[in-house]
Design a protein around this ligand. Structure first.
Ligand code: BGC
Length: 514
């Protein structure tokens, strides 16, 4: 074992006094609706792009190919324009995150969520009313901007407002909403695919519901004490802290936030600061976690489940149906995480899921490799069921591990001084890799065929090894104490933590080595 023990468990800590107050729960539920919107956007495109009416209007070439028997099964949806419809949202989102970093820091978490809501609403109008491809793509781009702002602000909001001992569970409300959004989208597609010729319009327009919920939610919640204090509203921050913790005894936590925000104030260039050596562990982990989350291959399933099942020879209806099943499994398994994350901890969930994801992907690859050839999609009833069961097994394990933890861990490990910048790098990398997968998957499926699942399973192996050696446990550690309690204790990362003096120099405007 390197360094004589790599499984760093969180040291026991003194809890701040905090009741689980209704205002915390309600604020978190409202804020988490940002996840609903993200999930709806993720889930809606797969079903829409497999609807003939939609293809006839915007992608007639794909429709022709889809209806030709001669076309290879694995390749019938391989079209860059079609993939751009799905992926443009992510490209826009990753650009938006850099503006979102500024707004979360300067305007606060709450206003940033409001900005996201407004982007969503305008985007939905463009999409629902689309007359041509341009309107469709502009709508997706506006939705992407909404995702950029929402995914930046919501996880921070949740991690900061939650009492330490249930922080993981509350933060996962974001991911729970993502999965509900995906399921909702799948159900909507299932219904609208029967409405000709404008069912797809209804699918895209119903995104207005989560968009309106987020906008209303953002109008009603209070900002986090951390954000208020960071922006100099000390008294208001303290009052909010008392209200959300349900006690007047908030002095220790208040002081800790004030101290964190004093350090944060000294940082003039948040992104440059993020590159300092002492911020390396959080940065590396945040970036890798996002890359890994996407390389689990989850979005190959989420975006393209109907298309994928169709490719495997399920009829159109059956494939949407299967997508609904995977959507439901995704929601239910996320609940497991809400319960387990602050008990079993982050590492245990990620490691267990690694094994489960690896095995299910290998089984899928083997079945498809033997059963689905280029020209024959006769999977057979029994095998088809096995594939759906394995896809569900895989989705379940993702849903209680990489899904929520990919968002939770970065949002809780950065110190306040780099939290906004760190979160925007997190979101940006996430969306970048989501984009790459969205854009490449159908082509990869066409070229790699069943081996695409081997490709993803190899990544699952790599990420599990990384977790084993390099990911510290962060459960039950107060958010402003991560540096001392986690990073300085870790067998590997502690070597980056020995430059407090340099830190001091930076704070005083002197030069320091990066
Ligand atoms: C990921 C998304 C994915 C979703 C599936 C999220 O955590 O970021 O890319 O589609 O989980 O539930």
């Amino acid at each position: 074992m390197p360094g004589g023990g790599f499984a760093v468990s969180a040291p026991s800590v003194v809890e701040f006094e905090a009741k689980i107050t209704p205002i915390v729960i309600i604020s978190c539920i409202m804020a988490a609706t940002g996840g609903l919107m993200f999930g709806y956007d993720v889930g809606i495109s797969g079903g829409v792009t497999s609807m003939d009416d939609f293809l006839r209007e915007f992608f007639p070439a794909v429709l022709r190919r889809k209806n030709q028997d001669k076309e290879s099964n694995y390749c019938k949806y391989d079209n860059q324009g079609l993939q751009l419809f799905t992926s443009s949202l992510y490209l826009a989102g990753l650009t938006a995150t850099f503006f979102a970093s500024y707004t979360t820091r300067r305007l606060g978490r709450r206003l940033t969520m409001l900005i996201a809501g407004v982007f969503f609403i305008i985007g939905v109008i463009f999409n629902g009313a689309a007359q041509n491809l341009a309107m469709l793509i502009i709508g997706r781009i506006l939705l992407g901007c909404g995702v950029g702002f929402a995914n930046q602000a919501v996880p921070l909001f949740l991690s900061e407002i939650a009492p330490t001992r249930i922080r993981g569970g509350l933060n996962i409300l974001f991911q729970l909403n993502v999965t509900i959004g995906i399921l909702f989208a799948n159900l909507v597609n299932y219904g609208t695919s029967k409405i000709h010729p404008w069912g797809w319009r209804l699918s895209l327009s119903l995104a207005g519901i989560p968009a309106a919920m987020l906008t209303l939610g953002a109008l009603f919640v209070t900002d986090t004490p951390n954000s208020l204090i960071e922006r100099g509203h000390l008294e208001e921050g303290k009052a909010v802290l008392k209200r959300i913790r349900g006690t007047d005894n908030v002095e220790p936590e208040f002081n800790e936030i004030v101290e964190a925000s004093r350090i944060a104030q000294e940082v003039k260039h948040p992104f440059r600061n993020l590159l300092q050596r002492r911020n390396r562990p959080q940065l590396v982990i945040a970036v890798l976690l996002q890359i890994f989350q996407q390389f689990t291959g989850i979005n190959a399933i989420m975006f393209y489940a109907p298309v994928l099942f169709n490719t495997l020879g399920f009829k159109s209806d059956a494939s949407l149906y299967s997508a609904v099943i995977t959507g439901a499994v995704n929601v239910l398994a996320t609940l497991v995480s809400v319960y387990a994350v602050d008990r079993a901890g982050r590492r245990a969930l990620l490691l267990e899921a690694g094994v489960q994801m690896f095995l299910s992907q290998v089984v899928i690859a083997v079945v498809l490799g033997i059963k689905v050839t280029d020209k024959s999609d006769n999977l057979g009833h029994g095998w088809a069921i096995l594939v759906v069961v394995m896809v569900c097994t895989y989705v379940a394990s993702f849903a209680w591990s990489w899904g929520p933890l990919g968002w939770l861990i970065p949002s809780e490990t950065f110190p306040l001084e780099t939290r906004s910048a760190g979160q925007s790098v997190t979101v940006c990398v996430n969306l970048l890799f989501t984009f790459l997968i969205a854009q490449a998957f159908l082509s990869m499926l066409c070229h790699l065929k069943f081996a695409i699942f081997i490709f993803f399973s190899a990544w699952v192996l790599v990420m599990s090894v990384f977790v084993l050696f390099f990911l510290p446990e962060t459960k039950n550690v107060p958010i402003e104490e991560m540096t001392d309690k986690v990073w300085k204790q870790h067998w590997f990362w502690k070597r980056f933590m020995d430059d407090d003096d340099q830190h001091h120099n930076i704070a005083n405007g002197k030069n320091a080595t990066v």
